[in-house]
Design a protein around this ligand. Sequence first.
Ligand code: PRP
Ligand code: URA
Length: 214
Amino acid sequence: MDFAKNENIFIMDHPLIQHKITKLRDKATKTAEFREIVSEIARLMGYEALRDLKVADKTVETPMEETLSPEISERKQAVVPILRAGLGMTDGILSLIPSAKIGHVGMYRDPETHIPHAYYCKLPEAISERTIIVVDPMLATGGSAVDAINLIKEKGGKRIKFMCIIAAPEGLEKLAAEHPDVQIYVGHLDRELNDHAYILPGLGDAGDRIFGTK
Ligand code: PRP
Ligand code: URA
């Protein structure tokens, strides 16, 4: 698949995002800083992912005169982190759209088979009317993202965007093929997966590094 030709795939090339991803990759970066940078990257990527928010003109009095000026008219959004690691990106997006509701999808990958298992799904009401931003820092085989979005669609979700900080080509291809209607925002496209389905060069286990577990 030629990712550059897919109009629903957005691979970030902004120097601020790349600089922060380099800090995440560094194994010397400790938990508190790692967590803060994940949130900052989510905010920067969210700025791009929310570019198509609908606006409508509002009348406003400046100190000089009355004018028409745009304000966000689209009120219904949901941010849906894939647990656990997606939680690290949630505040960054919410800083841009604080009135968004929050859903949660719990998935874990079997360490042997790498097959994802869903253990939790709770979404805000009127999910079919919302723009839904699904967040997870890592898109490796793509299994977790594909299954999480399947669950969201089963519950009525329609307008879905997916944001990850690092993707492997294998996962990006799978997600784009199985959910061609979903806009996918990627901080950096890495080289490949290793035999344990970890991303290379990657940043290791995102959940463990965000929460300080092993
Ligand atoms: C990680 C990551 C993704 C998933 C990606 O979660 O946060 O959810 O793996 O892998 P995939 O694309 O091959 O499905 P993990 O299952 O390790 O759970 P955690 O967030 O609880 O650490
Ligand atoms: N999950 C992670 O946290 N890191 C990877 O490289 C792959 C899956």
